[in-house]
Ligand binder design. Structure first.
Ligand code: GLA
Length: 732
């Protein structure tokens, strides 16, 4: 059993293969957090907590004269409210009498096999052969009978713990939940911790920032109703000297697609506290007697082997435990061409067939009909919401068009933006009250579209029904599911005034229900997510979409940064990446090498390519297939950081058995007559002899040489050249 309760010491230890997490039911039944780190046996770690009389950090009433017992100065598993702990807190509740108070103490716990699930929210599951055990620990406020169940599923082999919190109102009066975090993590010594996050913006998602903790609250958040381009629901905390290869490192990824919050506080005693969950801004949820409120799951991992290992833990888990689609492993994903950057809104059935014909010679296996095929949609001012085929454009009808594409030996994909509506649409004319617009005000427009009140059941049912009708009308292999604006004007016409604070979260729950009704009922369709690029690329979305369009920015050099940043959490097989006509100065081969650090496809008008270019694409498409397993299932290493002043950017995929690797190098700044550059491989087996091919090399050399001495990169080469080094163990 990965979870051990010691009834005598009242400790509970959670063990993954290489980590231990310990809590203790301590004095006055407060649950203390004692440890998260490398494996330790089941001994009581309470000796770590020293108590002093700390001025201005008060003592709970029943600690009586014990002036050293202050919640402000001790590590907690979950916080109280107004019990003298002044740090950031994990819960804020307003009780029926108007008071803001929660004094949660241990009530009970249970341990069982398997992973927990949440009401209406996605969670990770135990894959075949996984050992997974769950702890549910209940703390309760004795006065109000408000309970919080802390949930921990321990994925032993994966070194991942999934956490969440469930509020249950066991009292007899309604409460207002103002804030509920999914995780609270206290560090007794946070002085030397760094915080890494993935900020960005539209077109430049998931860049990387690392900063030391200082004595204030560091806040990483989205308030945009979607997890956002601007921040990703992921942070890592690590020792100041942690690097890619060594050092203690904690990763936290929230499985939620709406407005989120992560806060880290370094307090007066150099303790650090991290909380993560739903953003409490514009949030207020009524929980009636007998009701539950589930906060979303957080995935956590720890390693002392540096950032690469933290990423490997997440990558492995994301590939195995989030999504059951057959496209994760059993069926290779086809190379696609998307019509967006090829034609925007300007296409008809003929044009699609022409693109498909030309693309076939490039090794493309599927054409995706992007925005513009439905309703009255000739630009982005109209038509959203009307999920019926526009037969002025698709004159032969969808079923027939797909048949023609299939006859070419190609598959067919289609685009939707379900959550939105244009004012100029039949849907809006029929149901103007279905949008989010605060009475007496005009809602903010963005891309000239409005947001449907997705929390409403009739809106959900309309979308499920109208989209499924299209999906079932033709042989559709793939869907791109988009959202192209942030959410404002939170309002629902079906909720009373005192429940409008629920709209933000109900939207997310409604969205998951729609996705359950469309995605989970079509297991043979490959679904890719999109939010004006990667504006809602998050772990929860990956339980529905096995891949996510990384960015609307298809410039290859920008994508070097984007892939690098994304790779801290997300594996290559989840990152949508296409070769496009952007950045004509970058050779096609380099664009393809960069797109291969993702799900690979094309985003251009194939009918306009020269024969030579078509042949070059075909070669690259073949390489994508050749290296599919290596790239999608191997261990990914970041070899050079594009955010630093580097002359090369490089990355590597190594097969699990270390018998094969692929190193990709892109020259970004090779000055005339400059120094020789080297790239050092990682993750190979030192004593194995490898056959190295590529970049002008064809030689046999040891893993040790490749890792410690490196590979010299040719330098008198055209600008932005890319090199692929294939490394294969010799069968000696
Ligand atoms: C978003 C997507 C693009 C494309 C357009 C269509 O911006 O990210 O790839 O689908 O919408 O409107």
């Amino acid at each position: 059993m990965a979870i051990v309760y010691n009834p005598e010491k009242r400790t509970i230890s959670l063990h993954t293969a290489k980590t231990t997490y310990q809590m203790k039911i301590g004095n006055l039944n407060y649950v203390k957090h004692l440890y998260y780190g490398a494996t330790i046996p089941d001994e009581d770690l309470i000796y770590l907590v020293r108590r002093y009389d700390r001025g201005f950090s008060g003592n709970p009433y029943d600690s009586l004269a014990e002036r050293t017992f202050s919640l402000d100065a001790q590590p907690q598993e979950f916080t109280t409210q107004q019990q003298g702990d002044f740090r950031i807190n994990s819960i804020e509740v307003q009780n029926a009498d108007g008071s803001f108070s929660f004094n949660g103490r241990y009530k009970s716990h249970r341990i069982y096999h398997g992973a927990f699930t949440l009401n209406g929210l996605p969670t990770a599951f135990a894959a075949e052969n996984d050992t997974v055990d769950t702890l549910e620990l209940v703390i309760e406020d004795a006065v109000t009978k408000v309970q919080v169940t802390l949930l921990y599923s321990v994925f032993e082999e994966a070194d991942i713990i999934m956490r969440a919190a469930r509020v249950h109102n066991a009292g007899n009066a309604a409460i207002q939940l103002k804030r509920i975090m999914s995780v609270n993590m206290d560090y007794m010594n946070g002085r030397n911790l760094d915080l890494l996050s993935l900020p960005g913006r539209y077109g430049q998602e998931r860049q990387v920032e690392r900063q030391p903790l200082t004595h204030h609250v560091h806040k990483i958040r989205s308030g945009r109703g979607i997890s956002s381009h601007q921040q990703n629901p992921f942070i890592a905390l690590m020792d100041r000297n942690t690097n890619e290869d060594a050092g203690a490192c904690y990763g936290f990824a929230l499985m939620y697609s709406g407005s989120f919050l992560a806060e880290v506080e370094l307090d007066q005693y150099d303790q650090a506290r991290l909380v993560m969950g739903i953003n409490d801004r514009l949030f207020n949820y009524t929980v009636n007697p007998g009701e539950d409120f589930d906060a979303p799951a957080v995935l956590m991992t720890y390693t002392h082997k540096g950032l690469a290992k933290m990423s490997h833990n997440f990558h492995h888990f994301f590939r195995n435990n989030l999504n059951r689609s057959k496209f994760v492993r059993d069926v290779q994903r086809p190379i696609l061409i998307n019509t967006w950057e090829a034609a925007f809104f300007n296409f008809d059935d003929q044009k699609l067939v022409e693109i498909a014909k030309a693309a076939k010679d490039m090794g493309v296996e599927m054409i995706v009909m992007d925005d513009g095929w439905f309703g009255k949609r000739d630009d982005d001012n109209s038509g959203l919401g009307d999920w019926v085929v526009n037969e002025n454009k698709i004159r032969c009808g969808l079923t027939e068009l797909v048949r023609q594409i299939n006859d070419l030996g190609m598959k067919f994909g289609i685009w939707f933006e379900p959550e939105m509506v244009s004012e100029d649409s039949d849907l809006f004319r029929a149901h103007p009250d279905w949008v989010m617009e605060i009475p007496g005000r005009r809602a903010v427009r963005s891309r000239n579209q409005l947001v449907l009140d997705v929390g409403r059941k009739e809106v959900q049912d309309y979308l499920i029904e109208s989209i499924n009708r299209i999906l079932d009308s033709a042989n559709i292999y793939y869907v791109k599911w988009d959202i192209n604006r942030a959410i404002t004007d939170l309002w629902s016409n079906v909720l009373p005034a005192d429940r409008q604070g629920e709209v933000t979260h109900r939207y997310v729950l409604g969205l998951y229900r729609i996705m359950d009704g469309i995605i989970k009922t079509h297991p043979d369709i490959l679904f890719e997510g999109c939010a004006g690029g990667g504006g809602r690329f998050d772990p929860a979305m990956l339980t529905y979409f096995i891949q996510y369009w990384s960015s609307d920015n298809t410039k290859p050099l920008d994508n070097l940064k984007l892939h690098y940043g994304s790779s801290f959490l997300y594996p290559i097989c989840t990152m949508g990446a296409h070769v496009s006509a952007a950045s004509p100065m970058v050779p096609l081969e380099t664009k393809a090498a960069i797109a291969m650090c993702g799900t690979f496809g094309y985003e251009l008008d194939a009918t306009k390519l020269k024969k030579k270019e078509i042949r070059a694409c075909k070669k690259m498409s073949d390489l994508y297939h050749k290296y599919y397993d290596l790239n999608f299932f191997g261990d990914y290493y970041r070899l050079a950081n594009p955010f630093e002043q580097v002359n090369l950017v490089a990355w590597e995929s190594v097969s699990k058995d270390k018998c094969e690797a692929l190193v990709t190098v892109v020259t970004v700044n090779l000055t005339v007559n400059g120094p020789q550059e080297y790239i050092h491989c990682k993750g190979l087996s030192p004593n194995t002899r490898y056959h190295l091919q590529g970049g002008g090399y064809d030689l046999v050399i040891s893993g040790m040489a490749l890792m410690h001495a490196g590979i010299p990169i040719p330098r008198e080469v055209p600008e932005f050249s890319a090199f692929l080094y294939h490394i294969q163990a010799l069968d000696e």
